[in-house]
Design a protein around this ligand. Sequence first.
Ligand SMILES: *Cc1c(COP(=O)(O)O)cnc(C)c1O
Length: 357
Amino acid sequence: MHKRLFIPGPVEVANDVLEKMATPMIGHRSKEASELQRGISEKARKIFNTQEEILLSTTSGSGLMEGAIRSCTAKRAAVFSIGAFGKRWYEMAIYNNVPADLYEVEWGNAVDPNEVDKVLATGKYDLVCITHNETSTGVMNPVDELSLVIKKYPEIVWCLDTVSSMAGTKIEVDKLGVDICITSSQKAIGLPPGIAICSFSKKAVERAKKVTFRGYYLDLLLLYEYIQKKDYQYPSTPSLSHMFAMDYQLGKILEEGLENRYNRHIEMANYVRGWGKEHFELFADERYLSNTLTNIKNTRNINVGDLNKELGQRGFQISNGYGKLKEKTFRIAHMAECTMDDIKELLFNINDILKLQ
Ligand SMILES: *Cc1c(COP(=O)(O)O)cnc(C)c1O
């Protein structure tokens, strides 16, 4: 039996979108390939709220994260981590020999804008990495406040990981001043895994030109230049199947209406939070709760693995706590094409299994 996924990626993908993956191939140096990538970029710009270029990478989101920190750090990167995915930026820097420092908070908390201000005031850094929506903890960082601080430092290239939030909550890339805003296909966008996109500002372009060792496959400047010189093409052979599906799904997202989509996500988030508070507790600082997933503290000491097995027999799957939070929390994703009816059905079944009223 197919288990409906309520995990924070991959998510359920609509059948008509899955079918687009089976579109017959075209040449990747054809006019049609350019049109396909241009179409994706135009639609993505509306969702990202940006006028900047959109780069496409047929890797998952981690590919663009690694490419960003490597291609655009000329001096030193400051990584502000609030969980597992924040720390990943730092590991990428270290393994690529990119100078970087890690600033962490206790899991469940958000980044403190005053801390960012203090760190950047040292003048040591020219790139900052921040996770918008930390999927391991269920925290959504206060990007409006962070933006005010980061704008005080014009030499900073700001990389923002919106892998689990873009298209599930409003993110105004240009207004915030984000230079490289990254997202993957398999989360709130509602596509199969295997393709990622990011915005790439002119500041980021100029910075990358000053970095000698940008790698090749994940060199964001090369991706950018191919778009400019070769009319929206890709330096190697892209996953055209994903591109067909992405072009179609981004169109569907715009058709739903972005505000409608964000409101649907908030409505589902409120419902799951209410249920979580009624029967358990929420893990994250309540001022910074994620709109796309909820991380619930296992205050009843249930066996989360067993719960998931029983849910599996009924055709549902949720997520255990991430890493060190395994069995201590569990996560319910409410993103992409998920509806209130889906959420109600899931929670009804959890209530039934756990004998909650
Ligand atoms: C899933 C996730 C990633 C990793 O993305 P991949 O597409 O799996 O490479 C990075 N950051 C966050 C916040 C995520 O949720």
